[in-house]
Design a protein around this ligand. Structure first.
Ligand code: GZL
Length: 317
């Protein structure tokens, strides 16, 4: 086949421009839940910056907290023949079909942040994220300790702002919190409703709690954003958050530290969103043919208000 001189020289330039032996970029499809909280925003930022640092071609989709959008995104990643799919499942159920499609297309799936409830756990290769049951236990253990320090031995009425209905963090944080409460019968959850992990809904539900119940001693919020919304409702009701109502929440985001330093929040249990570097390492290991651990648990702490000012300058999210 005779190549025209022009075409041959263009081809030669292209060949020279391509560094010798350069491996093709790994393509990762990531389906994110949405932007419902400070935590989620920090999580997305961590994933995007870690992909850039790792030289991974990231296809990022925001599902606006809708499972059908996540399923659509995963199908699109399959159609694009990405190398790896990762996602943070908004709820635990409803993933079997689309995960079977990914498996049939020989695309490995990594669960980031939240787990799925499927019978066949070969449908995903690894789950990296926090132990939400432990986070619930930590919140309750801190509360028991705090009430002892205050000498509050009688009945304690707790209201609970739950996360997104059906989501792993909401199910498991409640489970861990109630496990500890079993050994303290004077601590009772008198009202419990979802605030969907958002400030707006957290405020709205707390307003309803305050209207219905004059005897609220404690608020347990499954995330800081709902606690911050509830703090506004408590103040608008003429009460002092952190004093008239003890508040313990989960995440450890900047807004929580600011509320603790203002004396309006009493404790935040850490739940790190900084999963990006770990995820990119796992993606690279997968592509290098390594086997990933089925479960990678993030290491986390507990931040009572008294340490907030000291720790705040070191916080990365
Ligand atoms: C927990 C994460 C939760 C956070 C919320 O890992 O899935 O979702 O606690 C976020 O702030 O909305």
């Amino acid at each position: 086949m005779k190549l025209s001189f022009k075409f041959a020289s263009a081809l030669a330039i292209m060949m020279l421009a391509m560094p010798l032996g350069a491996a093709p970029k790994i393509v990762l499809g990531f389906s994110q839940i949405g932007a419902e909280s400070e935590w989620r925003t920090a999580n997305s930022e961590s994933i995007k910056s870690a992909a850039k640092d790792a030289g991974i071609d990231l296809k990022f989709s925001d599902a606006q907290q809708k499972q059908e959008n996540q399923i659509k995104a995963i199908r699109s990643f399959i159609a694009q023949k990405v190398d790896v799919i990762a996602f943070s499942p908004v709820v635990e159920s409803g993933w079997e079909t689309v995960l079977r499609e990914a498996k049939a297309a020989h695309i490995p799936v990594i669960l980031s942040d939240r787990a799925v409830d499927v019978k066949d756990d070969s449908l995903w290769v690894s789950f990296m994220g926090s132990d939400f049951v432990e986070e619930g236990r930590r919140a309750a253990n801190w509360l028991v300790d705090d009430l002892n320090k205050r000498g509050m031995k009688g009945d304690v009425n707790i209201v609970e702002l739950q996360g997104t209905v059906g989501s792993a963090p909401a199910i498991d944080r409640k489970k861990g919190f109630e496990e500890i409460l079993k050994s303290h019968p004077n601590l009772k959850i008198t009202r419990s409703q979802t605030g969907d992990f958002t400030r707006a809904k957290g405020k709205e539900v707390m307003e309803a709690f305050l209207k219905a119940d004059k005897k609220i001693n404690v608020l347990f919020a499954h995330n800081d954003d709902m606690a911050i919304g509830a703090i506004q409702a408590i103040e608008e009701a003429g009460l002092k958050p952190g004093k008239d109502i003890i508040i313990v929440s989960i995440d450890g985001v900047k807004g929580a530290f600011e509320a603790m330093m203002a004396g309006k929040l009493n404790c935040s249990v850490e739940c790190s969103p900084l999963l990006g570097p770990q995820l990119m390492e796992a993606v690279k290991d997968l592509k290098a043919g390594k086997t990933l651990p089925k479960r990678i648990v993030t290491k986390e702490g507990v931040f009572p208000a008294e340490v907030a000012a000291k720790v705040f300058p070191t916080r990365k999210y």
